[in-house]
Write a protein that binds this ligand. Structure first.
Ligand code: GAL
Length: 445
């Protein structure tokens, strides 16, 4: 089956700095918004925190050897902004740069291609203090940070992802407050969206200028949205959800503007736009990273002012779900790929994350996570179907290598192909990891 994807198809595994590194106060790193958030009572399940996480900061060599032994040729990781710039901007912390140099060099020595994500949600707290993503100055700060990374790592790293899931930052971080910095309020939504969208394009420009031959993308979450009924109100609600979840960050970059047609509320974003911004939102990305886990059913709701919609949870719909109650929907993956293929300006799609959390248990030293194996098989079949029908998909990244700090869920949700015992940091390859090893066996690297 792997052969069906073609020789050039890139198989990878994705991670994020904050979820695995630990060592949060080592070698000059300062707090990011998640360190502060995790110290607040009741924000993270079981009071978990990421001070040690998977201790990847010290164990990256063995962990990368494991990536190699599982057969993946591509490794996606993110850079912790506050390791590089403890104040968010200004003075560079050389030990932070050194760590990522060691990590990149280790990848290369193993024949693994490194993929850098510049921003995977861990904003330096120093910047949050001055408004974080609400403050338009974030565009300058982000450009400075991107340039430092480009200059430090661009000689060896060709693949770059500017932002990871900006919608989660705007929606969960600054609107519902479920994620760091937990700054709740619908009035934050539009300015934060606009600043993220500006940074998305600006990061692309900085990389284009400083890294010759860079392959530049950015990663967005996406979910195929179904209306709960054929009623006009539900169909309109589904279009609004689609605008928010799938169109909000890609369309301005492609020069199409924000998707106000489906969601008039978005026209208020003009209050935060300055002259020339429509141009500044554009960037011609080499690829779009799509991250898909589940599809969604929505209905109109009078109880939700502004959005006027609510999700019909999968758990109430009698459909198969993962351990987190997310609908298992390979057909949703297929549909969303077809949807993105319709954009003329999309050159290539990389599935930059896909995976599932289930309740794993260790029996006689083994983790037989057959549900996860089935999940991967079914989603990969959907990806293949879309590819065979002409969707330009160049690669697939499984989420993720290690069980890790799953944001507000703490350590309760395990997504890894490798089980981690958080008391001892012992790693055990799960059945799903072994399945990938077999599947990828013939991969030429
Ligand atoms: C994504 C996120 C990852 C990971 C994954 C599983 O939204 O980028 O960091 O947490 O979801 O929930």
């Amino acid at each position: 089956m792997k052969e069906d994807f073609g020789e050039d198809f890139q198989w990878g595994i994705a991670t994020a700095a904050y979820q695995i590194e630990g060592a949060v106060h080592e070698d000059g790193r300062t707090d990011c918004v998640w360190d502060v958030f995790a110290r607040k009572k009741g924000k993270i399940r079981n009071g978990d925190h990421a001070q040690h996480a998977c201790d990847f900061y010290h164990r990256y060599e063995q962990d990368l050897e494991m990536v190699r032994s599982l057969g993946f040729g591509q490794f996606r990781f993110s850079i912790s902004w506050s390791r590089i710039l403890p104040e968010g901007h200004g003075t560079v912390n050389q030990p932070g740069i050194d760590f990522y140099n060691r990590l990149i060099d280790k990848c290369l020595s193993l024949g693994i291609e490194p993929w850098i994500t510049l921003y995977h949600w861990d904003l330096p707290q120093a910047l949050e203090k001055t408004g974080g993503w609400k403050n338009r100055r974030i565009v300058e700060w982000f450009a400075e940070y991107a340039a430092i990374c480009a200059n430090a790592f661009g000689d060896r790293v060709r693949n770059w992802i500017v932002l990871n899931e900006p919608m989660a930052v705007a929606g969960l971080g600054y609107t519902t407050g479920e994620h760091a910095p937990g700054d709740k309020g619908i009035h934050h939504f539009l300015p934060v969206v606009h600043h993220l969208a500006l940074c998305q394009a600006e990061g692309g420009r900085v990389l284009r200028q400083l890294v010759p031959n860079a392959r530049i993308g950015t990663a967005i979450s996406c979910s195929y949205v179904y209306p709960n009924s054929t009623s006009a109100a539900d169909v309109r609600a589904a279009r609004r959800a689609d605008a928010l979840l799938n169109r909000l960050f890609i369309e301005p970059a492609l020069g199409l503007g924000y998707p106000k047609d489906a969601f008039p509320f978005l026209s208020n974003i003009k209050r935060f736009m300055r002259e020339g911004d429509r141009e500044k939102l554009k960037f011609d990305f080499d690829f779009w990273g799509l991250q898909n886990y589940f599809s969604m059913v929505v209905q109109h709701s009078y109880l939700a002012p502004v959005m006027w919609l609510k999700e019909v949870p999968a758990t109430l719909r009698n459909v198969p779900v993962t351990g987190m109650g997310w609908e298992i929907s390979p057909v949703g993956m297929y549909e969303i790929l077809k949807q993105f293929q319709k954009y003329e300006g999309v050159r290539e799609i990389i599935i930059s994350e896909n995976g599932a959390a289930f309740k794993d248990s260790v029996v006689d030293g083994e983790i037989n996570d057959h549900e996860r194996v089935t999940y991967f098989k079914r989603y990969l079949a959907a990806v293949l179907k879309a590819k065979q029908e002409g969707v330009k998909i160049g690669g697939y990244f499984a989420w993720t290598l290690l069980d890790n700090f799953e944001w507000a869920h703490g350590y309760s949700a395990r997504f890894g192909l490798v089980f981690v015992d958080f008391n001892t940091q012992k790693r055990t390859v799960k059945e799903s990891g072994k399945w990938f090893r077999n599947f990828l066996k013939d991969s030429k690297m």
